[in-house]
Design a protein around this ligand. Structure first.
Ligand code: AP5
Ligand code: ZN
Ligand code: ZN
Length: 214
């Protein structure tokens, strides 16, 4: 299966991906996670991406298309993948189609996490993540067993630099201007499924499972 998850910041893409990935043996490709790792390691890619990310703007299409082009060729992705946070512009979507065509593959479903913008600030400002695994928690909606500590490894949790109310505004603006047209791009291909992403995480998981088993 080849899936795309599209939704605004805080809509639940990163929460649902690990669950779905394990169940269907897919690889989870999250451009945001990959870029944050590059920034932390101060690689040339990370150095180029940092400024835009800190401001809540999109990184250039060339940079992210390059990362995905590498990633989809990995052996672990040959059974299929979940794209989380990519494509985010129509240009990225077109490049992805070209890449997949070469592999004789295609996108099966686009899961559109639909949610009111007003709910997102509380989700974003309460999020804590475990950087090396990508696991995320929420102080109110999904608290770790011990505050500030990852349940699995016992390592400390951190907050993302772009998870402030002010930067969220720019991220939402980028989503509406540049990423909404990507939903229209896939709607024309009749592969978009709308999810009610304001429901509790378990309900969203069930909705996705229903879509994938049909
Ligand atoms: P990225 O990392 O992709 O961030 P994003 O799109 O803003 O999405 P988030 O990770 O904030 O949200 P999510 O949907 O994963 O939410 P989560 O499940 O964690 O991108 C970051 C930056 O990188 C971009 O701004 C850009 O600069 C750059 N970038 C990345 N990809 C790019 C691309 N393709 N092109 C150009 N630039 C790119 O949930 C959030 C919180 O809510 C958590 O605390 C969680 O526990 C909680 N929660 C989740 N679900 C629920 C629920 N159902 N009910 C209650 N709480 C919930
Ligand atoms: Zn995410
Ligand atoms: Zn919105």
């Amino acid at each position: 299966k080849h899936l795309i998850l599209i939704g605004p910041p805080g809509s639940g893409k990163g929460t649902q991906s690990p669950i779905i990935k394990d169940e269907y043996c897919l690889c989870h490709l999250a451009t945001g996670d990959m870029l944050r790792a590059a920034v932390a390691a101060k690689t040339p890619l990370g150095v180029k991406a940092k400024e835009a990310m800190d401001k809540g703007e999109l990184v250039s299409d060339d940079l992210v298309v390059g990362i995905i082009d590498e990633a989809v060729k990995k052996p672990s992705c040959q059974k299929g993948f979940i794209l989380d946070g990519f494509p985010r512009t129509v240009v990225q979507a077109q490049k992805l189609d070209e890449m997949l065509e070469k592999q004789g593959a295609k996108i099966d479903k686009v899961l559109n996490f639909s949610i009111d913008d007003a709910i997102l600030e509380e989700r974003i400002t309460g999020r804590w993540i475990h950087p090396s695994s990508g696991r995320s928690y929420h102080t109110k909606f999904a608290p770790p067993k011990v505050a500030g500590i990852d349940d699995v490894t016992g390592e400390p949790l951190i907050q993302r630099k772009d998870d402030t109310a002010a930067v969220l505004k720019s991220r939402l603006e980028a989503f509406h201007k540049k990423t909404k047209p990507v939903v229209d791009y896939y709607s024309k291909k009749k592969i978009v499924v709308d999810l009610q992403a304001e429901k509790p995480p378990k309900d969203v998981t069930e909705e996705i499972q229903k879509v994938l088993s049909s």
